[in-house]
Design a protein around this ligand. Sequence first.
Ligand code: MG
Length: 385
Amino acid sequence: MRIEAGVATHVGQVRSGNEDAYLLDPPLYAVADGMGGHRGGEVASQLALTTIAESFRKGAVPFAEQVQAANRAVFDRSGADRAVAGMGTTLTAAVIRGDLAHLVHVGDSRAYLLRAGSLRQLTDDHTLVNRMVKAGEITPAEAEVHPHRNVLVRALGTEPDVPLDEQDVGLLDGDRLLLCSDGLTGMLTEEQIQAILGSTDGAPQEAADRLVLAANRAGGVDNITVVVLDVLPDDGTEQDEVVAATAASGADATLVAEEDPVRPARTPEARRRRWRVAMIAGIVIVALGAAFTGARALIDTRWYVGVADGRVAIYQGIPADVFGFQLSHVVEETEISAPAAEALPLWASLAGGINVDSRADADARVEQIRRDVARAARGGTGGHA
Ligand code: MG
């Protein structure tokens, strides 16, 4: 089987910023809903997902341990940076391998399974009201309108360790998985969600868009994020992709012409030569692809601190471009003024990029800059202690 994904995220009708985040990095898919102030929420959900995405690619430890590491990363940042103190995030993630979806969950984002037209919630909300419902203190209907219905009893990044819900779900062709933040489930009933998911066959992106639209129409009081994953029968699409990729190379005109019945038949020698040209072209394409992938992987392990939008920022990659292609991207913009930092001798070269060994080093360097700028603002030397 194969997975086709659709995704949509929206700030909603009330909030000023979107603190939700999502990850589509097959076979890993996730939704995170950050909290802890306008900045903290954004940092928490993004940091959790970037940390998980990085460790997932390395794949050295089980997925749950990678999530624990992300928990620690958010927790540590929360403790080190007063601007984001107390932040945390939900996480609902699915790793899909073969016909098995491995779910890891904490918080009140949700995973649902639509099978044969009926919707089933797979995850359990880690909320105060859900705990009260389970204890028989309130009814599910009361929970839906409870003033504290958003209070979480568990989140990523608020404690040094977090208990995770884990489960494996066997998948069937035709299944549709939904990962979503509470901005969807707070606005739509399960009947409404089921109706939309059930009426948009074969178009996960259309389903995702329609869910977000419906949540916005219902009020959109929170950020809305949905990932829709369709489980489809394996129909040799990979084969098609290989053919399409080769066809796009141009060198393949030979192969296409070979199939053309209008042209006169070629001698076996000419045919062999053409196949050889096509094969060499194919090898060159594969080699270029491998070189690009290798370079990409290498670049992704590099970090530097630089300037973005007049602020100190952390970049992944190297501070250069090749033929106009940037070899880096901003991972985090801080609130620190770049001109203020560059006014200090130690940080004068900031605009050119200061290379560091890791993300943690980048964070540490930013902290140094923050302290130095603050010290200079207080009338100190701005020098390095
Ligand atoms: Mg939310």
